[in-house]
Structures are given as structure tokens and as C-alpha cells.
Design a protein around this ligand. Structure first.
Ligand code: NAD
Ligand code: UFG
Length: 337
């Protein structure tokens, strides 16, 4: 019996595959490599001394998925495959709905046809929209402010309907806060295409000399130093959360929803300082206007995951900064280095 990991060549997927292999699981990856590099799979093998089975396929290609399901017996599916750039989603929304919503739909159809009914879904803190207060608990109202977020919310609702129609499904909706960091080996990490949208890859690319300076989007928020506050979580902690979620599903959990965050918010300038400390570099920055759609502060109350999954984040800000920096230094141009 194996675990199917869609999007397993990507950033969070590859780190989760490492944890699964380390736990002795058999892993099959389906990824179309639209936002990842096949070298990530070689690196996973290098770390684990075991190679996951890999199919380069699109999850919207039903025949390709059926072929994969006919070759392997799966206990569960961890579903990372999707597009994730908020800005891009506003310019090509149909592409986002096609990939994220239709892709999940096809996957669930094939799972149902093969009697595989345990699913872990990558959701996002973005489904909380602009929360009325922080920390955020799972019962807060949801609402999306962009097509990417709406695609996650639609999938959450679709999976809720699926569960209501058939209680044999066990589904974990994991709402990630801000994943950062990299595996301790420095062999896998985040490898964004083009100029990064997110803070940490931008900071590390300035530190390594690939980009000139960071724009800090706004210093007039009602936060500790005026810059935006987020709940950064080490990707290895996040990956381990998926293994705990799988165990919960094996125990017939039904439909469950968890925040995966640390519960601790850091500002942009606090992150910048942490990276300056570990890299020993001065990271040039300028204060720029607020980025449209950004909110002041977003951090989780992760206590439900602690109670019900026996999971909590263990790595701290120094670990996040050191591990991101090690990955960036060793791979200045990502997997293509
Ligand atoms: P990523 O882009 O590194 O990984 C996604 C992987 O899915 C890539 O390898 C890509 O090639 C693959 N993929 C995309 N569409 C596909 C398709 N139709 N068929 C097959 N493969 C496909 O992104 P990530 O950061 O690892 O994110 C993984 C999941 O977590 C995504 O669903 C994302 O929306 C969600 N998420 C990410 C963040 C974040 O900040 N990184 C936050 C919250 C939620
Ligand atoms: N920021 C800058 N300069 C930059 C990039 C970001 O100042 O060049 C600031 C932002 O204004 C924000 C903070 O850094 O205050 C974090 O921004 P990111 O773009 O790294 O992350 P977001 O919180 O905006 O969004 C991320 C993912 C979303 C996901 C969300 C919650 O991009 O997909 O976390 O999980 F939904």
C-alpha cells in the first residue's frame, strides 16, 4: 500500500515526501512539473536513500490518473498540486479555477472510483480573508479576496459536500500559514520561478546578491513596527503535520479542519533582522507603498491541531532563517544551479 502525493515535486510536497519515506511509507508522486524541477526528486532520493515513484502527469488528465490508480494500491492521497500565486490568479482566474478546482474534482472522482477515500488537502490561511481579530481559530468566518483564495474555499466546500454525501470519506483540510525554511541538508527548498512574490525568497535572493533590494510593503500598519505581521512556519514542521493528519484519517476522523501555524507572528522587519543575523549580510531595503490586498496581521491559534493531531511546530525563527539561507547559498539559482 502506498500514499499518493500530488504536487510532490514542489516545495511543500518534496519536504513531505522526505518525511513519509523516513517513516517507511511507499510514496507515489504525480506532478506535471509546471512549477517544479525534476531534480527535486533526485535530491529527495539523496536525502532518504530511497526513491519515490514519479509520474509526470497532470491531475486534470483523468486517464493518466486512472492508469496510476490501476498500478498502485493507495491508502490515502495528499493533494498539494495546484497554482498558488495570488497576483497571477487575478490576471488568469479561469486558469486557477481550472487547475485548483477542476483538478481536485478529477482527482476525487478517480479516488472514489477506486475506493480510496482518505484525502489531505492543502488549504490556506487565505480562506480567512481579512480576519476581524487575531489569532485566528478554525471557526472564524471564511471569505476570499482573490481568485486563488476563492479556489481554495470552493474546494473546501466541495469536499464538505462530498463528505456529507458519503461518510466513508475522511478528509483533512489543512490551512497553512506562511511556509518558509528548507530541509536541514540544504538539498531541497523553495525555488520560485522569476522574481519571488513572497517575502523570504526575496530576502534570501537579496542576501545572495541576485536581487538589489527588498521593498517593504508598508510601514504604517497597526503592528509592532508598522510592517505586516505573519505566522511563518518551518516547512519541515508543516510536512510533519501532514503525517499526523494521515494518522488521524486512518482513525476514521471524518471531515476535519486544522490551522497549521506556530501561533507566533513576526513583522517584515523582524524577519529581515533574523536573516541579517544568520547570513552576516546587510539586506538593503526601502519602504514602499502597501501591496494591494495585504492585511496588517495574520497568525494562527494552532491549539486544535495540538489537541487533536498531537502536532505542534518545533522549529523557531533561527531555524527558519538558517535553513532558508543554507538552501539559498548552496543553490543560488535553485535546482537549476
Ligand atoms: P509548489 O508550486 O512548489 O508545488 C505545487 C506542485 O504542484 C508543483 O510541483 C507543480 O508543478 C504541481 N502542479 C500544479 N498544478 C498541477 C497539475 N494540474 N497537475 C499536476 N501537478 C501540478 O507550491 P507549494 O508551496 O509546495 O504549495 C503546495 C500546495 O500548498 C498548493 O496547493 C498551495 O496552494 C498550498 N499552499 C501553499 C502556501 C505557500 O505559501 N507555499 C500557503 C498555503 C497553501
Ligand atoms: N512583503 C514585503 N515585501 C515583499 C514581499 C512581501 O514587504 O517583497 C511583506 C508582505 O506585505 C506581507 C509579508 O511580507 O506583510 C508576507 O508576504 P508574503 O507574500 O510572503 O506572504 P502572504 O502572507 O502575503 O501570503 C502567503 C502566500 C499565500 C497564502 C498566505 C497564507 O503567498 O498564498 O501566505 O498562507 F495564502
Amino acid at each position: 500500500m502506498a500514499i499518493l502525493v500530488t504536487g510532490g515535486a514542489g516545495y511543500i510536497g518534496s519536504h513531505t515526501v522526505v518525511e513519509l519515506l523516513a517513516q517507511g511509507e511507499d510514496v507515489v508522486i504525480v506532478d506535471n512539473l509546471c512549477n517544479s524541477h525534476p531534480v527535486s526528486i533526485d535530491r529527495v532520493e539523496q536525502i532518504c536513500q530511497r526513491r519515490p515513484i514519479f509520474y509526470q502527469a497532470d491531475i486534470r488528465d483523468k486517464n493518466a490518473l486512472i492508469e496510476v490508480f490501476s498500478k498502485h494500491s493507495f491508502t490515502s492521497v495528499i493533494h498539494f498540486a495546484g497554482l498558488k500565486a495570488v497576483g497571477e490568479s487575478t490576471t488568469i482566474p479561469l486558469h486557477y479555477y481550472q487547475n485548483n478546482v477542476a483538478g481536485t474534482l478529477v482527482l476525487c472522482e478517480v479516488m472514489a472510483e477506486h475506493g480510496v477515500k482518505n484525502l489531505v488537502f492543502s488549504s490556506s490561511a487565505t480562506v480567512y480573508g481579512d480576519p476581524h481579530t487575531v489569532p485566528i481559530v478554525e471557526s472564524f468566518p471564511t471569505g476570499a479576496t482573490n481568485p486563488y483564495g476563492r479556489s481554495k474555499l470552493i474546494v473546501e466546500e466541495m469536499l464538505g459536500d462530498l463528505y456529507k454525501s458519503d461518510n466513508e470519506w475522511n478528509i483533512a483540510l489543512l490551512r497553512y500559514f506562511n511556509p518558509v525554511g528548507a530541509h536541514k541538508s540544504g538539498l531541497i527548498g523553495e525555488d520560485p520561478n522569476g522574481i519571488p512574490n513572497n517575502l523570504i525568497p526575496y530576502i534570501t535572493q537579496v542576501a545572495v546578491g541576485r536581487l538589489a533590494q527588498l521593498s517593504v510593503f508598508g510601514d504604517d500598519y497597526n503592528t509592532v513596527d508598522g510592517t505586516g505581521v505573519r505566522d511563518y512556519i518551518h516547512v519541515v514542521d508543516l510536512a510533519k503535520g501532514h503525517l499526523k493528519a494521515l494518522a488521524k484519517l486512518d482513525a476514521k476522523a471524518g471531515l476535519v479542519t486544522y490551522n497549521l501555524g506556530t501561533g507566533q507572528g513576526y513583522s517584515v522587519l523582524e524577519m529581515l533582522n533574523a536573516f541579517e543575523k544568520v547570513s552576516g549580510k546587510t539586506i538593503a531595503y526601502q519602504i514602499s507603498p502597501r501591496r494591494p490586498g495585504d492585511i496588517a496581521a495574520c497568525y494562527s491559534d494552532p491549539s486544535l491541531a495540538k489537541q487533536e493531531l498531537n502536532w505542534q511546530a518545533e522549529l523557531n525563527l533561527d531555524d527558519m532563517a538558517e535553513d532558508s539561507w543554507r538552501w539559498q547559498q548552496g543553490n543560488p539559482n535553485g535546482f537549476a544551479s
